[in-house]
Write a protein that binds this ligand. Structure first.
Ligand SMILES: Cc1cc2nc3c(=O)[nH]c(=O)nc-3n(C[C@H](O)[C@H](O)[C@H](O)COP(=O)(O)O)c2cc1C
Length: 475
């Protein structure tokens, strides 16, 4: 769960209990750089850096960002490089090291399984990010929000330290474009033996599962089938987007994946989106799933990356039955619906967001466009509207867009204070099915841990899902 809600601490706790713990790889380079600036009080990041195979690179990253006394809270964070089709060496080094560290910390001192989650939309940073995670021995790569047809081949190349390319979707392109990453530059003199992680495609339609599975080159190792009540981004409703009276997209039967058809493909799969009770875990298994992917319950656990005051606020609203989760069709610059929790003094409120001067300084959701053949520009529909239009964007596409990058950083207490004095505010996401969290709150009025979630969900199943995954991975 991005950005860093599914922190290494949370994924580690899940993994140690015999399940698959997944860290978020989205924007983890900026998270890492900011955590170093905050002083790395626990020493965890520096311990991970000391284990990185290329110490010259580790030192360069440390020297650039680490502030032993922590950052002056009145100072903005140092900016990190934006990702482009040809990222700078500095950008790549930070991405590789940060992904390495997040996975390394999640895996430290136990044999449990760890995965890392990326967004397909952030194509240009994916090869370097996956390589960093693989240097730390990541067991699974999970990817959603797009059609991840090229990822199986990418992981094959990275596991052999071969140059790895991905096609890049460029708006208005007259030629195909790709980004290429050269692993050997980053791994140190002695190339470590790398395990090729299993790849799970996160999708919402059985048709896409069949499409990906029909060719050996695009075939993933398994699927996560995610419904429209899941936290974070959702696939848009099929057909024209129709909004209800509250301005939320209406999903219908056409948006329900046909699980039987997915099962017939014969690849392992998990179900996600509102699978929040032991009964639903059982029903998923009865449909042939290995297990379920759970976000909402874990995002409110004690080990979550969510800032403590936001977690408390959400739990209080849950207790008072005032917790409202909306599906915002416009907020995300990706154009995908995004689930938003309504919380005062966060940019979930339009009036609060209107006070934010638009600015794009993190840029993960920028889309490349062709200026002239061979030369690219980058635009984000949440950047200053006049700049977006100058870059060829259309005004209608900028309406209602929110800066997810800065909002999600603020969710984990890494919100920037800008040079103009503006403090970036959070934008909390959660799934819209609150059955599981309501039940957990009854059992744990003072909050729950990751282990409590697992005990709750697996109370009828003897932890079987975890052991099934383990035997499959170790084959
Ligand atoms: C706080 C939060 C952030 C999420 N961020 C991401 C993400 O960055 N990428 C992704 O593929 N899924 C993301 N998800 C979706 C989860 O990975 C998972 O599929 C989903 O939460 C399952 O449904 P549930 O929310 O009903 O448990 C997020 C979910 C939550 C609750």
């Amino acid at each position: 769960m991005g950005i860093a809600i599914s922190s290494w601490q949370l994924a580690r706790a899940v993994s140690q209990s015999g399940q698959l713990g997944v860290v978020s790889g989205t924007a983890i380079d900026a998270v890492f750089a900011r955590r170093l600036q905050n002083g790395d009080e626990s020493g965890d990041l520096r311990r991970a850096l000391a284990a990185f195979p290329n110490q010259t690179i580790a030192k360069r990253v440390l020297d650039l960002y680490f502030q032993p006394e922590g950052r002056d809270p009145d100072e903005p964070y140092k900016s990190t490089p934006k990702i482009t089709i040809n990222p700078s060496t500095h950008a790549l080094e930070l991405i590789v090291v940060a992904n390495f560290a997040e996975v390394w910390l999640a895996k430290e001192g136990h044999d449990g399984l760890i995965g890392i989650n990326y967004l397909e939309k952030i194509q240009m940073g994916t090869p370097s990010a996956a390589y960093g995670a693989m240097l730390a021995g990541v067991d699974f790569v999970l990817m959603g929000a797009g059609i991840p047809a090229e990822i199986p081949a990418l992981l094959n190349d990275l596991a052999e330290h071969r140059p790895a390319s991905l096609k890049v979707a460029v708006e208005g392109a007259t030629n195909p474009y790709k980004t290429t990453f050269f692993p050997k530059t980053f791994s140190g003199l002695q190339l470590p033996n790398l395990k090729r992680p299993k790849f799970l495609a996160i999708i919402s339609a059985h048709v896409l599962a069949a499409y990906l599975a029909k060719d050996e080159i695009t075939k993933p190792d398994g699927f996560i089938i995610e419904g429209f009540n899941a936290g974070g981004h959702n696939a848009p409703p099929r057909g024209a987007m129709i909004l209800d009276d509250d301005g939320q997209p209406i999903f219908g039967p056409k948006d329900e994946p046909d699980i039987e058809k997915v099962a017939k493909i014969g690849l392992p799969f998990w179900l996600a989106g509102g699978y929040s009770t032991p009964q639903l875990l059982e029903s998923a298994k009865a449909l042939g799933a290995i297990g379920i992917q759970v976000g909402t319950l874990f995002s409110l656990a004690k080990e979550t990356g969510l800032a403590p005051d936001l977690r408390q606020e959400v739990l209080s609203q849950l207790k008072e039955k005032t917790l409202a989760v909306r599906t915002d069709p416009f907020a995300s610059p990706t154009g995908f619906p995004f689930k938003v929790v309504t919380i005062n003094n966060t940019i979930s409120e339009s009036a609060t967001y209107a006070l934010r001067p638009r600015l794009c300084d993190l840029g993960y959701l920028r889309v490349p466009f062709e200026r002239v053949p061979g030369a690219l520009g980058y635009r984000c529909s949440a950047e200053p509207t006049h700049v977006y239009i100058r870059k060829g964007g259309e005004e209608k596409d900028a309406l209602g867009r929110k800066c997810l990058c800065n909002g999600l950083m603020a969710n984990i207490d890494l919100g920037n204070l800008r040079g103009d004095g503006y403090q970036e505010l959070p934008l909390v996401t959660l799934g819209s099915d609150l059955t599981g969290v309501t039940e957990l709150l009854k059992r744990f009025p003072n909050g729950w841990s990751a282990l409590d979630v697992i005990d709750f969900l697996t109370q009828h199943s003897n932890n079987e899902a975890g052991s099934k995954v383990e035997s499959w991975v170790n084959q």
